[in-house]
Design a protein around this ligand. Structure first.
Ligand code: DGY
Length: 329
C-alpha cells in the first residue's frame, strides 16, 4: 500500500523527521526561510498531512485550497495564532500543537531576559568589547535588585506558572493577572491576583505569558506604559503583537519605563530600520525562548506524533480543535 503524502514546511530536528519518514512519503521544504504562500497552496492541494511552523500563514484561503485528501495539520509550536482554527474545524481538519514540552525552556529564557535587562548584561558586554572598561567603578552600569522586587505575570498558564516557580527562589512578591482568576494556585504558589492596571502600577518587572488574540492584540499601549513604574522592566516571550511597538518606543525613549527585553516582535524578523533597534535600553532576541535542544527535539517528536495519528484517522494526542471529532461523528 502506498504511504500517505506529507509536506513539512522546514527542516525540523531529525528525531521528529525520522518518525514522519517511517509513516509517510515526505517532502521537506529545504529553504532557510518559510515556503512562500503560493507553494503552501500548491502543496496543501495534494497532500494527506501538513507539518507546519508558526512562521507559516495557514489562513482560511489556504485551508480552502486543501484537497479532499488532507487529514491533519500538525504545528510544531504550542501557539497557533497563525492558523485559522474555525476554518479548519469547518473543513473537519484537526490541528495539532505541542504544549508542555517547551514550558521550562521558555520560562528559563524569560528569566534570562529578566536578569539580563535588570543587570544590563548585553550593554555591559558591549561596553567591555568597545574598550570602555578602565577600572572598577562604584556607579558603573547599575541596575535594580531582583531579589525582593515585585514581579507581575500577565497570563498564569503553563509558562506563567513556570516563571513564578523560578521567581520563588528570588523572594519576590508575585502578582498575576489572567482573564481566568486561579484561586487554586494563589495560596499554593504564593501569588496575588490583581487587575491589569494594579499589576502594572505595582510591579518592578512585568512578564507577558498570554496568548495572542483579538483581546490581547496591543494589550500593552500608551495607557499601560503610563501606569508602569518609570523604573519598570517589560519582558515579552509570548507574541510580539501583544505590545504596540510605537507605544513601547515612546515609553522607553521618554523614560516612562526603564527597560524592555523582547524575544518576539510585532513583525518577525524585526525590520532593520525599526526605531526600537536604536534604543540602548532594550534587548531583542530572535524568538528563541524555546530553543533548547531538548525542547525543540520534543516539539518535533510531538508534532510527528500528532501528524501520524491524524494520517491514521486517529484522534491527535494534542488537538486544539477537538470539536472536529464530534462534528464528524
Ligand atoms: C511556540 O511554540 O508557540 C513558541 O513561540 C515557539 O518558540
Amino acid at each position: 500500500m502506498s504511504k500517505p503524502q506529507v509536506f513539512v514546511t522546514r527542516i525540523i530536528p531529525d528525531e521528529g523527521l525520522e518518525m514522519v519518514r517511517t509513516a509517510a512519503d515526505v517532502d521537506v521544504w529545504q529553504g532557510e526561510l518559510p515556503p512562500p504562500y503560493d507553494v503552501l497552496v500548491e502543496k496543501i492541494a495534494s497532500v494527506d498531512g501538513l507539518l507546519c511552523l508558526l512562521t507559516d500563514t495557514i489562513d482560511r484561503g489556504l485551508i480552502h485550497a486543501a484537497g479532499e485528501s488532507l487529514k491533519v495539520i500538525s504545528q510544531m509550536a504550542v501557539g497557533y495564532d497563525n492558523i485559522d482554527i474555525p476554518a479548519a474545524t469547518e473543513r473537519g481538519i484537526p490541528i495539532g500543537n505541542t504544549p508542555g514540552v517547551l514550558t521550562d525552556a521558555t520560562a528559563d529564557f524569560a528569566w534570562a531576559l529578566l536578569m539580563a535587562a535588570a543587570r544590563r548584561v548585553v550593554e555591559a558586554d558591549k561596553f567591555t568589547r568597545d574598550g570602555h572598561w578602565k577600572t572598577w567603578g562604584p556607579t558603573l552600569l547599575l541596575g535594580p535588585d531582583i531579589a525582593g522586587a515585585t514581579l507581575g505575570i500577565v497570563g498564569l498558564g503553563r509558562i506563567g506558572q513556570a516563571v513564578v516557580k523560578r521567581a520563588q527562589g528570588f523572594q519576590m512578591r508575585i502578582v498575576y493577572h489572567d482573564i481566568q482568576r486561579r484561586p487554586d494556585l494563589e495560596e499554593k504558589m504564593g501569588v496575588e491576583f490583581a487587575s491589569l492596571d494594579s499589576l502594572l502600577q505595582e510591579s518592578d518587572f512585568v512578564s507577558i505569558h498570554t496568548v495572542l488574540s483579538d483581546e490581547t492584540h496591543h494589550l500593552f499601549g500608551d495607557k499601560q506604559f503610563e501606569l508602569m513604574k518609570p523604573s519598570g522592566i517589560l519582558i515579552n516571550t509570548a507574541r510580539g503583537p501583544i505590545v504596540d511597538p510605537i507605544a513601547l518606543y515612546s515609553a522607553l525613549h521618554n523614560g516612562k519605563i526603564a527597560y524592555a527585553a523582547l524575544d518576539v516582535t510585532e513583525s518577525e524578523p524585526i525590520h532593520a530600520d525599526d526605531p526600537l533597534l536604536e534604543l540602548e535600553n532594550i534587548i531583542i532576541t530572535p524568538h528563541i525562548a524555546s530553543a533548547s535542544k531538548q525542547a525543540r527535539t520534543k516539539m518535533a517528536t510531538m508534532a510527528a506524533e500528532n501528524l501520524i495519528a491524524g494520517l491514521k484517522g486517529e484522534d491527535l494526542p494534542n488537538c486544539v480543535n477537538p470539536e472536529v471529532y464530534s462534528l464528524s461523528a
